[in-house]
Structures are given as structure tokens and as C-alpha cells.
Design a protein around this ligand. Structure first.
Ligand code: G3I
Length: 359
């Protein structure tokens, strides 16, 4: 059998087993009613400007999401263009939208090697500790009791631990050593003791040696944090899947099981499918992407129910993917569950299977 027939056959069988091929939209349901129908909350990363300028986008978010997270807005280069300034405009607007629509908001992200404003390059090692803790106290403090969970540290594991060492290089690692991770979690916990504190990272799901090494490095880090009683509550699996890459279902399940065994919850935080190397035909592309999402969520949900599943964007109209992974044939990327006209694709049906109660 041709490999593509096998992929599509497997997906078709999976979709058929749900009993309906219709792509049900909960449009018209309030977010609260949708939440009641969901076992696992579904959410998406949001561009708040577009939420205000594009009514169809806002309607889609209202129809499908019980959670939101800013695609930007809480990153250092958005919040702190200047060392002495905190600009809360974007997150304030997003939380107002979330509150008005009965949704919760995740906070992304407090400490990351990227999206740093220029001035951070100038800070000395001795200033780094103050800047890091001050930032967390101000930001988490502002939303205490309102943002119930935070990506405290984002992407701390290096691209290729076998070659580069376990931890990713950053101004924080250089100035404070690996203790920056512990410091960030302890500061966040002291600032909002009620918040769920998450460590968020990507690329654990492929069959490659790099992914295997990344899983080992992450587990070592989590074990060390746990041994030191660091207040960390969950691992966020980003899930930026690569369209042409098989999911290592067994490796991912075992990893999730071990993480859960440390007493940590699991979130799926940034799911989408990078489709620049997938076939041009829309139907084929969408089905392969849906299959990848199905395999990924199956591997996770077979061993633990995630606390939430969020995609990184909701519609192909607004996605980061072409910034790095534009298609060579000039066709639009289709990484998300709704197409550019906000129509649900096969991926949305898969997401609904994994989030709806009784599924
Ligand atoms: O701010 C300008 C804006 O004024 C201008 O209109 C726009 C035009 O292209 O560019 C602007 O900002 C861009 C911003 O996205 C807004 O879309 C930045 O240049 C660009 O670097 C930024 O990229 C974001 C990236 O993180 C860096 O912060 C992506 O949108 C966002 O999807 C991406 O998200 C990351 C997660 O935080 C962590 N995990 C991986 C994920 C995908 O890379």
C-alpha cells in the first residue's frame, strides 16, 4: 500500500469511529455552556488586536474557546520596551475579553531566552537577579487571582542536549546559572500562592534521537526541581508538530507517564502542525495534520488527562508558522483547526473528540 493511502486510511477509520463526520461547531453556545460540555478545556493563543478588528475571529474564539493565552503581550519585549516601563495594554485587553466571555486566561511567559528587549543585553550578572525577580513580582502580582496559571519558564532545554548540554543558553543561564529556573518558580509562587506554575517546552514527540535526548534532559530537570521541593505544578507540552514526522507514540506516552509520576500535571499549550513539507492538496494536507494531532493527543491522553488543550492560534488566517516555515509553492500554511475563513477542518473534530465530555 502507498504510504499516503495508509495514513489517510488510518485517519478515515479513526474519524468514522466517532460516529459522525460532521464538523460540529458549538457556535451559539456560551463559553460556560461549552465548558460544561467539555471534559478538558479547549483554548487558543490570541492576537488581541485582531480580536478587536476582525469580528469573525472574535466570534470563532467565543464559539470554541474556554481558555485564552496571549500569543504575545506578556513577553518581555512587549511588556518592557524600556527598563523602567511596564506596558500592560495587551494583556489587560485580553483578560477583559476573557472575563466578559467566561473564559480563563493563561499567562505566557515570565522567563524565556527569546523576545527580550534590547536593553536586557546590557544588564550585568548582578542586575539579572533583581530584574528577573522584580519582573515576576510585578507581572504576577498585577494579575494575582485572575490569571490562574503561568508558563513560568519557557523552553529551558537546549535544541540538542547531546551536543549543547541539557540547558539552553540564555542571558538568564549565563548570569545566574541553572538556579534561574528555581528562582523564577519560587518568586512566582511567593507572589501568587494560588497559581498553577508550569514549565513549558517543545519537541518531545518525534522518533529522533534528539527528541529522545530532550525527553531525558527534561526529566532530569524536573526530577531535580522536585527533589529540591521547587513549587512547580505542571509540564506544558507545546506540540508544534512537524507535518511529515511520525509521532513517537510509545516514547511520548512513557515520557508523560514519568512526568506525571513526579506529581506533575500535563498541559498541551501550543498545538499546531507545521505543514510546509506536506502535499499541496488541501484535503490530503488537512487529513495528515489531523492524524498527527490525533496520534499526539492519543499518546498523551492514554496515560493522563491534560488539564487543558490549547492550539497556538485558532484560524489559519493568523498564525506564526509562515514566519519560519513558509511553503515553497506559495500556498497558505494550514496549521490550525479552523481554515482562513473560520470553517472547521478535520483537526477541529479531533480536538473535540479529546476535549468533549463522554468522548
Ligand atoms: O510587533 C511587530 C508588529 O508591530 C508588526 O505589525 C508585525 C508584522 O510582522 O511584526 C511585529 O511583531 C512580531 C510579533 O510576532 C507579532 O505577530 C514579531 O516580529 C515576531 O517576532 C513575533 O513572533 C512571535 C514569536 O513567538 C516571538 O515572540 C510569534 O507571533 C509567536 O507565535 C511566537 O510564539 C512562540 C511561543 O511564544 C513559544 N513557543 C513557540 C511559539 C512559536 O514560535
Amino acid at each position: 500500500m502507498h504510504r499516503r493511502d495508509f495514513v489517510l486510511g488510518a485517519l478515515g477509520a479513526g474519524l468514522a469511529s466517532t460516529g459522525s463526520m460532521s464538523l460540529l461547531s458549538p457556535a451559539g453556545m456560551s463559553a460556560n455552556a461549552a465548558a460544561a460540555a467539555n471534559a478538558v478545556p479547549y483554548g487558543a493563543a490570541i492576537r488581541v488586536d485582531n480580536l478587536e478588528s476582525d469580528p469573525d475571529y472574535a466570534a470563532a474564539v467565543r464559539a470554541y474557546c474556554q481558555q485564552v493565552v496571549g500569543e504575545g503581550g506578556l513577553k518581555w519585549f512587549d511588556l518592557r520596551p524600556d527598563r523602567s516601563v511596564f506596558n500592560f495594554d495587551q494583556p489587560d485587553r485580553l483578560i477583559a475579553f476573557a472575563d466578559a466571555n467566561g473564559m480563563t486566561m493563561r499567562g505566557h511567559t515570565l522567563v524565556w531566552y527569546a523576545a527580550l528587549p534590547e536593553w536586557t543585553k546590557e544588564i550585568t550578572a548582578s542586575e539579572a537577579e533583581f530584574e528577573l525577580t522584580h519582573h515576576i513580582e510585578v507581572v504576577v502580582g498585577r494579575y494575582r487571582g485572575r490569571i490562574p496559571n503561568w508558563d513560568v519558564v519557557n523552553e529551558p532545554i537546549s535544541e540538542d542536549p547531546a551536543k549543547e548540554g541539557a540547558l539552553r543558553d540564555s542571558i538568564w543561564l549565563q548570569a545566574l546559572g541553572k538556579g534561574y529556573i528555581e528562582l523564577a518558580f519560587r518568586t512566582a509562587a511567593a507572589t501568587d500562592p494560588g497559581a498553577q506554575l508550569v514549565l513549558n517546552d517543545f519537541n518531545f514527540e518525534k522518533t529522533t534521537e534528539v527528541c529522545r535526548q530532550r525527553r531525558v534532559a527534561m526529566l532530569d530537570l524536573l526530577k531535580e526541581l522536585s527533589d529540591r521541593d521547587v513549587p512547580i505544578h505542571a509540564l506544558g507540552l507545546q506540540g508544534h508538530l512537524t507535518g511529515e514526522a511520525e509521532i513517537d507514540k510509545e516514547g511520548l506516552s512513557r515520557f508523560v507517564e514519568e512526568v506525571n509520576g513526579l506529581g506533575l500535571d500535563i498541559y498541551v499549550t501550543e498545538l499546531d502542525v507545521i505543514d510546509n513539507n506536506l502535499p499541496a492538496a488541501q484535503g490530503v494536507r488537512d487529513q495528515i495534520s489531523a492524524l498527527r494531532v490525533r496520534d499526539y493527543l492519543t499518546a498523551i491522553c492514554d496515560v493522563v488527562e491534560p488539564k487543558a488543550i490549547l492550539t497556538w492560534g485558532i484560524s489559519d488566517k493568523y498564525t506564526w508558522v509562515p514566519i519560519w516555515f513558509k511553503r515553497r509553492d506559495g500556498l497558505l500554511n494550514r496549521p490550525l483547526p479552523l481554515d482562513e475563513n473560520f470553517q472547521p477542518k478535520a483537526m477541529m473534530q479531533v480536538l473535540q473528540e479529546f476535549t468533549r465530555a463522554g468522548s
